[in-house]
Ligand binder design. Structure first.
Ligand SMILES: Cc1cc2nc3c(=O)[nH]c(=O)nc-3n(C[C@H](O)[C@H](O)[C@H](O)COP(=O)(O)OP(=O)(O)OC[C@H]3O[C@@H](n4cnc5c(N)ncnc54)[C@H](O)[C@@H]3O)c2cc1C
Length: 417
């Protein structure tokens, strides 16, 4: 008996995960990808010995589905230090201080007592305790206001929000007003408390690459545009093709008004120009006045990210902060990044620019009242879709949706899993 075949449109992490699940259930798959590489938004290219992710990216070991499904050891993943370092310029002088996780680094977190209000540290600890035991499903069924209003309601001071929470979560939600649903904030905060931010040894594309190898690259057709017609028909290169089921694994509405954008500027700096394994948050972050949300040194975490003797510095500028300063070209973004870095790192003028990435369609908006969810319901007559746009904007949302989509295919084809 011939196996049923499913055509999957898109080789981002959701399309690949869905394909892997289906193969395990005895279903044949064909993945069609319009670009010349697999990975979708999780792409990495090598340039002059540096590994450049297409936009600074991390994996979170604390996301519940990822934790259960991804073998982080197989990816050679290494972690950032829990917490963050805040970098600010004040009175012409650069200052840095660490805000570590009070539960995992109680000793180093004591230094925060000298820089932060007691009430803010108490509120962080309270949030960590209350959200740490909340199930994701309950979080996604809960209240759906904006993150900003939730933080204010929770009693955090303006300086704490602006120096710590805003630059951190702007870099995660890719929007600076923190209009993203509080559900997302709670979910991400709880996951970060449970796990670590990690980087795979081979760059962020290492995970899609691993799955593509397991699926078999001959099942993936690159540089081919596909258009779904109905649940069992698609158009491939102008030709209509019949299949047992179509899965669409990409956002369909890629209009700028429904996805957030981000710029990443990569610099080559002498080794150890920035020490430590923390992510660095811009403590002066103020949209309309400056642009950098955060800075990371991936090569401090994974030496594979840079050639020996060099550091890779990744500067993240969220799209709305760039727009507020009318920055819309690689050159203007690079100049702005250099201007702000000069106040924070003495020798940053000597750093060489490697690349500027502009990701126009980086993350689906998950605003308050958008009903961000961790599950997907399928309608029998509709084409099966997966991807982060069907759940929430993260790798976790993408792979969870893919696993749901594969389950729906199995159900529709009447195969016992
Ligand atoms: C800069 C940046 C930083 C991020 N940081 C993080 C992070 O730190 N942590 C985190 O969890 N998430 C992060 N994300 C989000 C994460 O990358 C995405 O949630 C995830 O990669 C989405 O995967 P996907 O499969 O849903 O979609 P995509 O990766 O967009 O894949 C869709 C694929 O479909 C293809 N395609 C589209 N249309 C067609 C067509 N008609 N025919 C054929 N192929 C088509 C596209 O070329 C693409 O390869 C970040 C994203 C960006 C851009």
């Amino acid at each position: 008996m011939t196996k049923p075949t499913v055509h999957i449109i898109g080789s981002g992490i959701s399309g690949l995960r869905c394909a892997e699940n289906l193969l395990q259930c005895g279903i044949e798959v064909k993945i069609v990808e319009r670009s010349d590489s697999i990975g979708g938004r999780m792409r990495t290219t090598e340039k002059n010995g540096f590994l450049l992710d297409h936009g600074f990216h991390v994996m979170q070991t604390g996301y519940p589905h990822s934790r259960a499904e991804i073998d982080f050891k197989e990816l050679g993943a290494r972690r950032f230090s829990p917490g963050a370092k805040i970098v600010k310029s004040s009175g012409g002088k650069a200052k840095q201080y660490v805000l570590s996780d009070p539960f995992r680094s109680p000793v180093s977190s004591i230094s925060a007592l000298f820089t932060q209000k007691w009430s803010d540290l108490y509120n962080i600890a309270k949030l960590r305790l209350s959200l740490g035991f909340e199930s994701p499903d309950r979080i996604f069924e809960g209240s759906d206001g904006t993150t900003e209003s939730y933080l204010k309601k929770s009693g955090f001071s303006e300086p704490f929000i602006n120096e710590f929470l805003r630059p951190l979560f702007s870099g995660i939600f890719l929007e600076s007003k923190l209009e993203t649903s509080e559900r997302m904030f709670k979910f991400v905060f709880a996951s970060m408390a449970r796990g670590d931010m990690v980087l795979p040894k081979g760059g962020i594309q290492a995970y899609p690459n691993l799955i593509a190898d397991r699926i078999g690259r001959d099942r993936i057709e690159l540089s081919t545009l596909a258009t779904p017609v109905d649940t069992t028909t698609l158009v491939l290169g102008g030709r209509e093709v019949k299949t047992d089921q179509v899965v669409v694994a990409h956002p369909q509405r890629e209009a700028a008004d429904c996805m957030n954008s981000v710029w990443t500027v990569y610099f080559s700096a002498p080794d150890k120009s920035i020490k430590g394994n923390y992510i660095l948050l811009n403590g002066n972050y103020e949209v309309g006045k400056n642009a950098i949300a955060h800075i990371a040194v991936p090569s401090n975490i994974q030496p594979t990210y840079s050639p020996s003797g060099k550091s890779l510095v990744a500067v993240t500028i969220v799209g709305d902060a760039a727009n507020a300063l009318d920055l819309d070209s690689d050159e203007s973004i690079e100049n702005q990044a250099r201007l702000e870095l000069r106040d924070l790192f003495e020798k940053s003028d000597t750093w060489e620019t490697i690349e500027v990435f502009h990701t126009k369609h980086a993350l689906p908006l998950t605003e308050s009242q958008s009903n961000a969810s961790s599950t997907v319901n399928f309608n029998q007559d509709e084409i099966i879709c997966c991807g982060d746009h069907t759940t929430h904007g993260s790798m976790e949302g993408a792979i969870k949706s893919a696993d749901h989509a594969a389950g729906e295919v199995v159900r529709r084809l009447g195969i016992s899993a």
